[in-house]
Ligand binder design. Structure first.
Ligand code: EPU
Length: 420
């Protein structure tokens, strides 16, 4: 397994191009299963999760071509079940269930397991499809769904932690081909849902209200092929922004959408960063003292759980104590103990991490446990004195396109050590 070797203490400076959004492209790839015609998606990041999703689509019979950032998908002859192990291994693959069911009226997928950040149930996905008339049976690690017909319905989709992003995506996709009108209440408002709705509308769907908690979908008989340019990855942009502040540097994020990053930019400003917006770019400048900030993760437009670990890495540098509360996933603090190996002082109290900042960090070998935890360790390694080795960076490759090359161009001393 590859690792990163990082020489810390260098301020990042320069410009970085932000890639297309990972969490937008995965459901959009699944949406291509809704039509027999060709779909073209551009600005696609070359990530292991995207390639993995491609293999999942191939396992249900779709043709997948990925070249120069463009995905060409054609689901002319597909079946309602894919490779058990592939689907089980990637949580995002659950969003093939809605499109397969809508197109073929039956679909079987393996039950996605929990993961290191929490149990990650799919009860809301199943409740949503049931509301449209699907019969669902869970047995032997599989979810079996059938629906001789799907009828529009009013579905309240809020759960324990608020709306569900991929659950909204699943229901949205299934409802496009249902009979009549579906109204989703307490729908996820994430920009990735708006991007999916834009793609579905380009395919001929009739969706209104994307980006608000109420989505209205009028079912159509069939969808056709479409072309789509993905939105930029707001989490990649946020990660580079935090890295700029943590190293006391100045980084311009080319192609970022500040309107998708409100909560993160607000916290960075509160922490002392200076932020300049101009057409097509966003410049983040650190360099002064980092101030402590408290934050609580929430559904969009609140502070994203996918940026919590990176902010924790930054708060280790702050002059004072910060309280970081995780409200979306119950065990998303695996990075805390690894940050402590670098000298951070963090105590976990229930859903909150109390970070006593200001102690100088110094390099150490650390272990990445999930995608965003890995990003936090890379940021902390770049801010620390000495050498940090981040093991198991395959987690990073799932969601950050050539991260070490992008950081290297900003001046970071970072190299990939091929694994044994
Ligand atoms: N939940 C339920 N029941 C369900 C579904 C979700 O209780 O049926 C709960 C979850 O346990 C969690 C909350 O609802 O407490 C929100 O989870 P959500 O369903 O929104 O998560 P997701 O759709 O599975 C996506 C992203 C995650 C991101 C979350 C929250 C993709 C592929 N994944 O997951 O991204 O953290 O939304 O914003 O879009 C990442 O990129 O690192 C990542 C983990």
């Amino acid at each position: 397994m590859d690792s990163f070797l990082i020489e810390g203490g260098i301020a990042l400076r320069g410009e970085v191009n932000i890639s297309g959004s990972k969490n937008a492209v995965l459901p959009i790839m699944a949406a291509a299963l809704l039509t027999a015609e060709t779909c073209v998606i551009r600005r696609v990041p070359d990530l292991s999760d995207v390639r993995f999703m491609g293999r999942i689509l191939e396992s249900v019979g779709a043709e997948v071509k990925f070249e120069d950032g463009t995905l060409t998908l054609r689901a002319a002859n597909i079946r309602g079940f894919g490779d058990y192990d592939l689907i089980r291994k990637m949580r995002g693959s659950i969003c093939i269930l809605g499109p397969l069911l809508a197109r073929l009226r039956e679909a079987t997928v393996s039950l996605p397991g929990g993961c290191v950040i929490g149990t990650r149930p799919i009860d809301l996905h199943l409740k949503a499809l049931q509301a449209l008339g699907a019969e669902i049976r869970v047995a032997g690690g599989y979810v079996y769904t059938t629906a001789p017909r799907l009828d529009g319905a009013l579905v309240f989709l809020g759960g324990r932690a608020g709306p569900t992003v991929l659950g909204t995506a699943n229901l949205l996709m299934a409802a496009t081909l249902a009979e009549g009108v579906t109204v989703i209440e307490s729908a996820a408002c994430e920009p990735e849902i708006i991007d999916l709705a834009d793609f579905l509308n380009a395919m001929g769907a009739k969706i209104h209200g994307a980006g608000s908690p109420t989505l209205t979908i009028t079912g159509v008989k069939e969808l056709h092929g479409a072309e789509h340019d993905l939105i930029p990855d707001r989490i990649e942009a946020g990660t580079f922004a935090v890295a700029a502040v943590a190293t006391g540097g100045e980084v311009t994020l080319r192609g970022a959408r500040p309107d998708h990053m409100g909560a993160v930019l607000d916290k960075l400003q509160e922490a002392g960063a200076r932020i300049q917006r101009s057409a097509g770019a966003l410049t983040i400048k650190g360099g002064g003292l980092v101030r402590p900030v408290d934050l609580t993760t929430m559904p969009y437009s609140g502070f994203p759980t996918d940026m919590q670990a990176q902010l924790m890495a930054l708060m280790c540098q702050a002059q004072g104590t910060s309280i970081i509360t995780e409200r979306i996933f119950e065990s998303r603090f695996m990075h805390a103990s690894e940050l402590m190996r670098l000298g951070a002082e963090i105590a976990i109290e229930g859903p909150s991490a109390i970070v006593k900042g200001g102690r100088p960090l110094s390099g150490a070998p650390v272990m990445a446990s999930d995608l965003r935890a890995s990003a936090a360790l890379v940021i902390a390694g770049m801010a620390a004195g000495g050498t940090t080795q981040v093991h198991r960076v395959y987690h990073l490759d799932r969601g950050y396109e050539r991260m070490e090359e992008k950081l290297g161009r900003l001046g970071a001393r970072i190299s990939r050590i091929p694994g044994e």
